[in-house]
Design a protein around this ligand. Sequence first.
Ligand code: FEO
Ligand code: CA
Ligand code: CA
Length: 651
Amino acid sequence: MNPEMIDPVVQKLDKEAENAHTIYGENQSPDFKQVVEDGLQRRDLIKGLFTGAALAASGALAPSTLQAASITGLNFKPIKLSKGNDFIDVPEGYDAGLVIAWGDPVTANAPAFDPTRQTGASQSQQFGYNADMITYHSLPAWNSTNSRRGLLCVNHEYTDGVAMFPAYGATPTKDQVDAEITAHGVSVVEVEEFFGVWQYNANSGYNRRITGETEMQITGPAAGDPLMQTTADRSGTRVRGTLNNCAGGQTPWGTMLTAEENFNQYFANRNGMAAGVNRDNMARLGTMTGASARLWERFYDRFDQAKEPNEPNRFGWIVEFDPYDPNSVPKKRTALGRCKHECATTVVAKNGQVAVYSGDDERFDYLYKFVTAGVYNRDNRAANMDLLDNGTLYVAKFNADGSGQWIPMIHGTGPLTMANGWRNQADVLIRLRLAGDALGATRMDRPEDVEVNPVTGVVYLACTNNTSRGVGANPGIDAANPRANNRSGHIIEIKETGNDHTLTTFNWGIFMLCGDPDNMAHGTYFAGAPREKVSPIGAPDNVAFDNQGNLWIGTDGMESAIGWQDAIYACVTEGPERGTLLPFMSMPIGAETCGPTFTPDNETFFMAVQHPGEGGTYDKPTSRWPYGGNNIPRPAVVFVKKSWGRGVVGS
Ligand code: FEO
Ligand code: CA
Ligand code: CA
């Protein structure tokens, strides 16, 4: 932090704090004061764990010459990357604090967290496990820009029984299974900032849990298709729950999109299915041939493909719901196709149509774009609520000359005909990967998050890694996936023709080839930035933009790629400092970074610490984050602000 920058800020904040006491100090109710004090204590408790003395023990450093890139709005002292540290580190002049952790009460009647006695009934009222995507929705209005009070929507990707429960055996109990099913899904909690500390309101009427049991509607072209029908739902239009929600998105009309990713792992006994198109498609998606890892099929037939061969077809979709209405029924939007959706990133095109970008996170799978038939209506929120049911889905082809096509995935066109065995559009959407195969789309190195630069309109795609390219019969390198042993992943820029997100052609380029810039064998590239302006980085996953067009990159799996614990970085995308990459935040042991998002004023940065202590067990944890002592690790949502609370994060 530049001291000339911070002094006036601190003085101003001191003044604001004084004023705040003048305004609120005497007249507030005891409850309000208690909330603030609890929050400050909570922050202090966590802060010790976040920035403990162990920092000094961190032997290896990020390049010491790294400096902030002031002309881009980024102006912070980069952190040192972490090895063996069980805390979160943030730059000098910043504080991080806990908002909510696995097991915290979400609904008013939720029981207190007791990891030795979790059931479906308790967990369905508490914050779920493995927080991933975060969206912030301002209150009171869906289109306000209030950055001090809002709704946090957080999805919960997956469960890890051995870490969640004591005595989790080879055959989990029904209570354990029910607690795992309900630890999936989404949590909605109202949050508010008091003097630089974010608190969630456990009694808010907005709070809700969406779980692996919550009834949802299936909408769009695949709704009702014979492949969507099951014993419990002959109509093929109602489904219980959402599973393995990874990233997602927030629509311009204020709903949350949450993406069902590795749904295949919950469905057992593919070998018991009848041979045919449906089983071939499940094989392409990788459902389990025998028992599933979690064994839910022991208690619920819907997870057994031999008994319910169509149930998996009801997962792998983008789910939309309205967090402002706690009674809203989530909808699986089948027009956006079925795969291992990593994300669903929306952008309003010049003509008002809405594009939704989504990666299919698997080695050698595809990048998709959906364009709505209708246009976004800024004045009539209700008119937008089913926009995602009608439109055109495309899959990306990256040409070696830097051009690219969005190939339409429309039944009856190209190879997707009756003669080739495609029944209708529902069939194309349910068997989406096979349709992409038929269309000759480009097989990517695990497409993860996609974000659109709010300043330039350029689209950024994080390909997290792929060490299988060129191995055996796998595809070899191509221009868009140029490294065979791609341990550290890369980031691609896509410039839509005319900056029009509805069109079907684009130009693209490699923005970053991740790795250790000091290791020539890694073959790194940082958008042309010199080595002294960048940091080692591996396995980019979740990304976000700030209002100035800087790309914030979270990693998942950096430790196995290049030896450092996962971290969040800020990266300059335009101008003379383009490619400059600064580490901002490091994770506790075993955790990946998820859900990075900003409040509209960019003064708060929210992120999710997923699977701290991964690889450990309840009885032998490898992390104690966030509560330390003898506590088990708990996935949680964290806020980061400038110390004293005010100022744009990163500036
Ligand atoms: Fe759940 Fe692709 O990360
Ligand atoms: Ca992810
Ligand atoms: Ca993102």
